[in-house]
Every structure is written in structure tokens, then in C-alpha cells.
Design a protein around this ligand. Structure first.
Ligand code: FAD
Length: 495
């Protein structure tokens, strides 16, 4: 039996503690702040269960379950591509607007299990728990979110130096039943909609920070897990016509507080292991593999945004103007660059044990470019739109009034579309580039993988400097002071 959308939605009604607008809400699947996004996640499960999609989107696990290919570790280039196609099919359902769709953290856990040896090698690593949890989460096709960043406080100090006032989640107790954790993590994107959350730390920890050095899986409904949701853009969306993206894909972000949460030992993957904590991300290719999913999603999202850019220019009759063509061409190049990165990561992939993994250097290069590119793409769409995204009826309600509807028909003119379609298109454009939802997406794409200096640092560390500096050294050694004379043979340097 495959997990269906309604199985997923039913599981959300589990008493989880989510605070929003001054109170605790019940059943996210039915609440106006989350309902649309929850249905969009349910749609992913229903999509992959359709007979025509089963082969493309799912695989059979060793226990006979049929689940998303996100859980599958590829053993060849062909399987990597096949898995990417499954991820593309999912991303196309939300056009890349759900950053932490279930395939993101499934990628994390699958790769953690494939790296069990790293957990075995480092003190504090708990390989058997990782493997057991992978099998459990995979076979139920769970939707997992994660929180891996300490809440912002004073970034000039380590958590142990009071950098965030001892706010960051840490181990406060342990006994034969498990470990008790207390404190906060930012930012659980999709956490309100997920079944369980992976709680861990990405930053390197000092030797005196062992209490922060743990990795654990926790059900969102576990006693003591509290989600402080940000404002819901879905709830603020007045209609699906006016806010077609906010109303469907607002995956939500929350600050998570673990109020003395007891985590059983079989859900603890790193225990007070400062080296194991870091090794799981970078000695194992986990960080790169999860973010490979993020680049696939970004590729799909850019295709959508660039398609939207073209539609905007058709709507206002500018698509054949040379300067507009130039902007569209530059946007196409941005989109193609991310696509090329995805295909390049795969073509330049290599084996990690029996698994064929995308190239890490190209992944981090893609992230550096993706962070800078996204705000630029949004700005280009704003420039292409002009006041069209503002010259709009206040809401879909205006179409219900005969006089306003007549005025809309008279004033919303387009060489390509009816007046209704023009309004519809520009409402969509605004939700993609100007609404609160759109603005959050700029923040998301700029920060989801870490601040710029961190991402660029990863690119620095994974680049093949020996190849680059070796080329300079070889050239450097091919000439010297002897070439001072004006008639020295130039070709020597080029040989
Ligand atoms: C929309 C959104 C969704 C997110 N979803 C998730 C999620 O699902 N799971 C999760 O774990 N995290 C998530 N995050 C958190 C994300 O990983 C962090 O935002 C990111 O790591 C940056 O950390 P920060 O926000 O605390 O910024 P900071 O680290 O505080 O950096 C902010 C800015 O301060 C400056 N700065 C800070 N430190 C330095 C330094 N050492 N050197 C130079 N400059 C510095 C830089 O200008 C930097 O851009 C999300 C964030 C956003 C915005």
C-alpha cells in the first residue's frame, strides 16, 4: 500500500502544538492558515500513487513498500538521473515554491543511512539507530522537516559563550529511556506540515559544546515540541484568484522550541559527539546530496518564473522589443545555468561506496550563484511588469459587481489576452514577485542553505584548487628572466 494524500492529511490531526496569532491551533489540515499548503503536500502523495506515475516517482524498498524515489540512494549515473526525474515531477506540482517538500529531508536521511560507516567511525555516532530510522521513515514515506541552525542571537559569540543566551537546543538530561532536550532552533520550514523533524546542528561545534552535539528525529506531536509559526500568508490570502501561490504553497516556517522533550535512544543518531556531528554533514556527502534536491527544485522554479516573465511581456505587447528580448535572454541564461549545474553535477558525479553521487564542487558553485541570481531574477520580472502588477482590481469580488466588471473589461486591455486573463496573469505575477509570500521567497532562496559567506566557504573548500593553481604553476615554470630579451621565443611559454 502506498501512502495516499488522505493518509497524510489524517496523520496531521495528532494534537501537535502550533502557536499562531495569539493561540494554539488544532488540526493543521483543516486550519485556514495551513489547509492549502497541506493539500499541496497531499497532492504529492496522490500524484506518485497514480498508476501512470508509480514507476517514475516511486521504488520498491527491501521490505516491499512502494515509496518516493527521494528515499532511494542511486547506485549508478542512470539511477541518479531517474531519481532526479522523480524529484522534477514533484517540484512541477508546486513549481518549486515548496522549498522543503518531503523529498528534501528524505534525501538527508537516505544519505545519512548510506553513510552509516561515518557514524560508526566517530565517537558519539550511532549508526544502527540511523539505519533503523531510515528504514522506518522510508517505508512509511514520512514527510520530514529539519532544524539545523541555532536561533539568531549574538552571532559574534559561540552558543557556549552566550551567543544566543543559552537558547539553542541542547541535552539537559539522559537516562536509560533516552535523552531530554531543551531549547530552540530556527527555522522549521514545513515543520507544521511534517510528520517528524530532524533536530541537529550544522555549524562546527567546539570541544566544550558536547551538549549541543546531538542529532535526533522527533515526531512533531511529541510532548514538549512547540512550534511558533510565523504569520501565515495563506491565511491572509483573500482568494485563490488574488493570491494563487500564497493560497496553495505557503509551506510556513516556524521557530521550534523543545520544552524538555524526551527522545528515545533509537532516535538519537549522534550523542555528544562533536566530531561525529560535523562529519555526518561533510565527511559523508549528506549536505551536498540534500542540496542537490534543492537545486533541482530551483531549476523547476526558475523555468516557471521565466515562463511568467515571457507571459508578462506578451500581455503588455513588449516581447518583441530588443531591450526586452535582451532581458528575457539574460533570464533564460540564468535558468539554463542552474539546469546546466544540475546536469553537470550528475555527469561529474562519482562513487561514494556503492552509491553514485552528484559532484559536490558543482553543487556548492550552483548554490553561490543561486543565492545571488534569485533576487536578480525577481527584480527583472518587476522591471518587465511595470505598473501592470499594481493596476489591478482590488480583489476577485470586483468581478461580481456589474459596473466594476464593465470597467475592468474596458480598462484591462492586452494585445494577447482578455481583460479577465490579464488580471489573472498579473495577480499571479504579483504573488510571485511582490506579495509577502514572494518577498519571503527572496529571503528563502538567499538564506535556506546558509548565509553567503558560509556557502561561498563550501564552494572554496570543494573546488579543485590543485587543478587551477597547477595550471598557473606549469605556465609560470615555462618562462623566466631568460625571456627578458625582446627576441626570446614566445612559443616556449605556450608549450
Ligand atoms: C525563509 C527561510 C527558511 C529557512 N528554513 C530553514 C529550515 O527549514 N531549516 C533550518 O534549519 N534552517 C532554515 N533556515 C535558516 C537558515 O538556514 C539560516 O537563515 C541561515 O543559516 C542563516 O542564518 P541566520 O539567518 O541566523 O543569519 P546569520 O548567520 O545571523 O547571518 C545574517 C547576516 O549577518 C552577517 N554575518 C553573520 N555572521 C557572519 C560572519 N561570521 N561573518 C561575516 N558575516 C556574518 C552576514 O551578512 C549574514 O548574511 C531558513 C531561513 C529562512 C530565511
Amino acid at each position: 500500500m502506498m501512502r495516499s494524500g488522505s493518509d497524510y492529511l489524517r496523520a496531521l490531526d495528532d494534537g501537535r502544538c502550533i502557536f499562531l496569532n495569539g493561540g494554539r491551533i488544532s488540526n493543521v489540515a483543516e486550519h485556514g492558515a495551513f489547509r492549502g499548503a497541506a493539500r499541496s503536500v497531499a497532492n504529492l502523495y496522490d500524484f506518485q500513487a497514480r498508476p501512470e506515475n508509480v514507476e517514475r516517482s516511486t521504488f520498491e524498498t527491501p521490505t516491499g513498500a512502494r515509496v518516493s524515489r527521494a528515499w532511494q540512494m542511486p547506485t549508478s549515473y542512470g539511477e541518479l538521473v531517474q531519481r532526479r526525474e522523480a524529484l522534477v515531477a514533484w517540484a512541477e506540482l508546486h513549481h518549486g515554491f515548496m522549498g522543503r517538500s518531503p523529498d528534501h529531508v528524505a534525501s538527508t536521511i537516505a544519505c545519512m543511512a548510506a553513510s552509516a560507516e561515518v557514524y560508526r567511525r566517530h565517537e558519539g555516532g550511532r549508526a544502527d539507530a540511523v539505519l533503523d530510522y531510515y528504514a522506518y521513515a522510508r517505508d512509511q514515506d514520512l514527510y520530514l522537516s529539519y532544524v539545523i541552525i541555532d536561533p539568531q542571537g549574538d552571532r559574534s559569540k559561540a552558543a557556549s559563550e552566550g551567543g544566543n543566551g543559552e537558547v539553542a537546543v541542547r541535552i539537559v538530561d539522559e537516562d536509560p529511556g533516552g535523552v531530554t532536550i531543551r531549547g530552540a532552533k530556527m527555522l522549521g520550514t514545513g515543520a507544521a506540515l511534517s510528520d517528524e523533524v530532524l533536530v541537529t546542528t550544522l555549524r562546527p561545534l567546539g570541544a566544550d559544546e558536547a551538549r549541543f552535539a546531538f542529532t535526533a528525529a522527533v515526531p512533531i506531536a511529541a510532548a514538549g515540541v512547540k512550534l511558533m509559526s510565523r504569520r501565515s500568508y495563506e491565511q491572509a490570502a483573500t482568494s485563490a484568484f488574488d493570491y494563487p501561490l500564497s493560497s496553495r504553497f505557503d509551506e510556513n516556517d516556524a521557530l521550534l522550541y523543545f520544552d524538555d522533550v524526551k527522545v528515545p535512544w533509537d532516535r538519537i543518531f549522534v550523542h555528544r559527539g562533536v566530531a561525529a556531528q560535523l562529519a555526518q554533514w561533510h565527511e559523508a556527502p549528506v549536505h551536498a546530496f540534500q542540496n542537490y534536491q534543492a537545486e533541482i527544485r530551483l531549476m523547476v522554479k526558475l523555468r516557471f518564473l521565466i515562463g511568467l516573465a515571457h507571459k508578462i511581456t506578451e500581455t503588455i505587447g513588449t516581447s518583441n522589443m530588443p531591450s526586452v528580448r535582451q532581458t528575457l535572454g539574460e533570464l533564460a541564461a540564468d535558468c539554463s545555468m542552474i539546469e546546466a549545474f544540475v546536469y553537470g553535477m550528475e555527469a561529474k558525479g562519482s562513487f561514494y561506496g556503492p552509491y553514485f553521487m552528484p559532484d559536490r564542487g558543482l553543487l556548492y558553485a550552483a548554490q553561490v550563484h543561486g543565492q545571488a541570481l534569485y533576487p536578480r531574477v525577481i527584480q527583472a520580472l518587476r522591471e518587465l511588469s511595470g505598473g501592470g502588477v499594481i493596476m489591478l482590481p482590488s480583489s476577485v469580488e470586483d468581478f461580481g459587481d456589474p459596473e466594476i466588471a464593465r470597467l475592468i473589461g474596458r480598462t484591462q486591455h492586452s494585445p494577447a489576452f482578455s481583460s479577465d486573463e490579464r488580471v489573472q496573469l498579473f495577480k499571479l505575477a504579483w504573488d510571485a514577485i511582490g506579495s509577502e509570500f514572494a518577498s519571503r521567497h527572496v529571503q528563502y532562496e538567499t538564506f535556506y542553505s546558509g548565509p553567503r559567506h558560509v556557502v561561498a566557504g563550501m564552494s572554496y573548500r570543494t573546488f579543485d584548487w590543485a587543478c587551477a593553481t597547477g595550471a598557473v604553476e606549469r605556465f609560470f615554470q615555462s618562462y623566466g628572466l631568460a625571456e627578458r630579451a625582446p627576441d626570446a621565443p614566445l612559443m616556449a611559454a605556450a608549450s
